[in-house]
Design a protein around this ligand. Sequence first.
Ligand SMILES: NC(=O)c1ccc[n+]([C@@H]2O[C@H](COP(=O)([O-])OP(=O)(O)OC[C@H]3O[C@@H](n4cnc5c(N)ncnc54)[C@H](OP(=O)(O)O)[C@@H]3O)[C@@H](O)[C@H]2O)c1
Length: 314
Amino acid sequence: MKAIILKEAGGPENLVIKDIPVPVPKKDEVLVKVKAISVNPVDIKTRKGLSLYNELKNDEPIILGWDIAGEVVQTGEDVTSLEEGDEVFGMINFPGHGKAYAEYVTAPANHLAEKPDLISTQEAAAGTLAALTAWQVLLDEAKLQAGEKILIHAAAGGVGHFAVQIAKYLGAYVIGTASEANYDFVKELGADDFVDYTKEKFEDIVKDADVVFDTVGGDNPLRSLAVLKEGGRLVAIAGGITDEVTEIAKSKKIKAWRHLVHSNGDDMEQIAELMEAGTIKAYIFKEYPFEEIAEAHRQIETGKTRGKVIVIVQ
Ligand SMILES: NC(=O)c1ccc[n+]([C@@H]2O[C@H](COP(=O)([O-])OP(=O)(O)OC[C@H]3O[C@@H](n4cnc5c(N)ncnc54)[C@H](OP(=O)(O)O)[C@@H]3O)[C@@H](O)[C@H]2O)c1
């Protein structure tokens, strides 16, 4: 089978196509014929030698990618939840070696959900790591409640565009940040309010938020403390929470922490239901053929992607 191998940490030119053997599923795994994958900033960071690179660097070969949509073609002997021919999607083996950039991949059955008939394979591939992150942060971590006010940074991005839709589904009042070019997009996702971060400081505009979901990093978590009410929650996913943020948060009785998404088939099933019902939609910014995966990396590296970038495998 064809797979995209990372030769060594570095630029997108280090992603090369190679023929390697089809993997064999373990007892609790399925073999998936991969049809489409999505690319995330963590793929780029890991490619550069950051993020999860240390976990993968001793494996041979290194195959990036965690987000798949495809068809089950073989099941391990203990798998009862899925069978050959099932169309599935999910974020597999995260944080670990996902090996999604390949024509076939093995994955624990309990990292996957069945793809609803009503959504395309591309939409399914898009509704994986980014959607799971938004789901886990809003439901399990922040425990966002109906009527609460939430500020979602980078509301037009992969994670942000799912977060806005899920927060609205939960009944929250949503304020999203993005540049002016994404105003219509973010409002159409359901955001009640919009801050153009290139023209205004969000902390001058937003007051008394219950929750901030930071997907930007840098000084955003620190600045976000100013918009939270006493007792509010700040969940950050891009980078960590500094000692300074922890200290100031404590003085305002704010809870601030970082979340790392993890593979979870039950969560994927919830996302599948919401996608099937049309409650949340994956917005696909651009699709690339498998051979042009380096271009997909370059697009994510612009930091200006609206929604998700998809790669068609076969
Ligand atoms: N910890 C975890 O589990 C986890 C999970 C998923 C993602 N992440 C991290 O979260 C970050 C976001 O991921 P993603 O997939 O959503 O990225 P993405 O899709 O590449 O984000 C692109 C979006 O960011 C917006 N943006 C850029 N700078 C901004 C700023 N200062 N304020 C507001 N919006 C800004 C852009 O909007 P404009 O074009 O309008 O500027 C664009 O729509 C990445 O660092 C990623 O590694 C972490």
